[in-house]
Design a protein around this ligand. Structure first.
Ligand SMILES: Nc1ncnc2c1ncn2[C@@H]1O[C@H](COP(=O)(O)OP(=O)(O)OP(=O)(O)O)[C@@H](O)[C@H]1O
Length: 359
């Protein structure tokens, strides 16, 4: 990669390499701000970066998603310039010697489910949820890499059908069982991958991970996952984790998951253990209070607060009001005596059709 991209971005260092491209840290010579630049070869078709641009535009202004600064083609590369974030959760895990505490993982879970709920509220599924797709910056966990995303809605209001024999999408270690069975993925699969990510961060391994990496073939992982991916992967940890996985395993292809139930389950763990020893997602060191700024900076800061555009979709509302019980979830203790709250999520046509077929 050349040192200067598009006459504006001074490439500083390679931050990471993905399956399809590389991410560089760079300095925007115009704004003097640090940015991240993702590049891929122009010959890739379909282009993951093109997909990423569409998704990032849709998510503009949402908490926990990087800002898209610009994009374009430079020589034989597509590129996007996005907000520079910190380390991903795999790197954070390594920094903590592969040992995070129960409340730390539950705290990360609270933010993961909020990001996934926001993405789903925009009718998009991620299809490659794993620890390295969540990056830290200050107190916020960001979700990145939208190259595998897909809209689960077509023609405005139809949920995609549950087709089989689709190609494998995702990452072997964290993919849902449906991904291995080559069944079309839907919202439930992002949640299953989230559960495996949390189990990995709690345990430091997953039952289908062979220490000998050459033995981690798709067929071996798929077989072991079908045997060992039940709620027992959370054995020895607070019951809320396994209850969430049991709930997710009971979700129907078309259902809008109950993000509120999942969020509250993780929050219950955080509340039980307390937040005082949580080392991840700490406040940035430098904080300025408006009153300590000089008058000109104070007025700029107040103006930027006034100009702050409220997120179009309120994740808290999705978290609080979305509830779609399944037959299996009725058997969980949390669901006993719980009233069905009107589902705030849009009801898609095929979901209604599916309901009718069930009756
Ligand atoms: N906005 C960003 N700021 C800082 N680092 C980033 C940013 N986006 C991505 N990265 C880093 O770059 C690395 C590569 O990211 P990328 O999304 O291309 O691939 P990946 O998720 O690691 O791998 P794969 O494509 O195989 O899923 C990530 O590990 C991440 O830590």
């Amino acid at each position: 990669m050349e040192d200067l991209l598009a006459n504006r971005y001074q490439i500083q260092r390679l931050v990471g390499k993905g399956t399809f491209g590389s991410v560089y840290g760079a300095l925007d010579l115009k704004t003097k701000k640090k940015v991240a630049i993702k590049v891929e070869n122009i010959t890739l078709s379909p282009s993951p970066i093109e997909k990423e641009i569409i998704v990032l535009k849709k998510l503009e202004g949402q908490e926990g998603f990087p800002k898209l600064h610009s994009y374009g083609i430079y020589k034989d590369h597509n590129y996007i310039v996005i907000e520079k974030l910190g380390k991903n959760l795999s790197q954070v895990f390594k920094d903590f010697s592969y040992s995070l505490s129960i409340p730390e993982v539950a705290y990360l879970g609270c933010q993961m489910i909020r990001r996934i709920a926001t993405l789903h509220a925009h009718e998009i599924i991620h299809r490659d949820v794993k620890p390295s797709q969540f990056l830290t910056k200050g107190k916020t966990l960001y979700m990145v890499d939208f190259g595998s995303c897909k809209s689960f809605i077509y023609a405005g209001s139809f949920h995609i059908p549950m087709t089989e024999d689709v190609g494998f999408v995702g990452t072997l270690m964290f993919a849902s069982r449906n991904a291995h069975a080559k069944i079309q993925l839907s919202r439930r699969d992002d949640l299953e991958s989230m559960c495996y990510s949390l189990a990995y961060l709690l345990r430091g391994n997953l039952p289908w991970m062979d220490a000998d990496s050459s033995k981690n073939t798709e067929s071996k992982i798929s077989l072991r996952k079908s045997m060992f991916s039940g709620p027992s992967i959370f054995e020895g940890f607070p019951a809320e984790f396994s209850q969430v996985l049991a709930y997710v395993n009971g979700l129907n292809f078309y259902y809008c998951p109950d993000y509120g139930f999942i969020y509250n389950s993780f929050k219950k763990i955080v509340d039980k253990f307390g937040k005082s020893n949580i080392r991840v997602l700490k406040k940035p060191k430098k904080t300025y209070r408006a009153s300590s700024l000089n008058p000109r900076k104070r007025s700029e800061s107040q103006k930027s607060i006034r100009n702050y555009i409220k997120p179009k979709i309120d994740t808290k509302k999705i978290i609080d009001t979305c509830f779609c019980p399944t037959e299996e979830s009725d058997t969980l203790p949390e669901f006993k005596n719980r009233k069905t709250i009107a589902n705030n999520c849009k009801v898609y046509k095929s979901e209604t059709l599916h309901e009718k077929a069930r009756q």
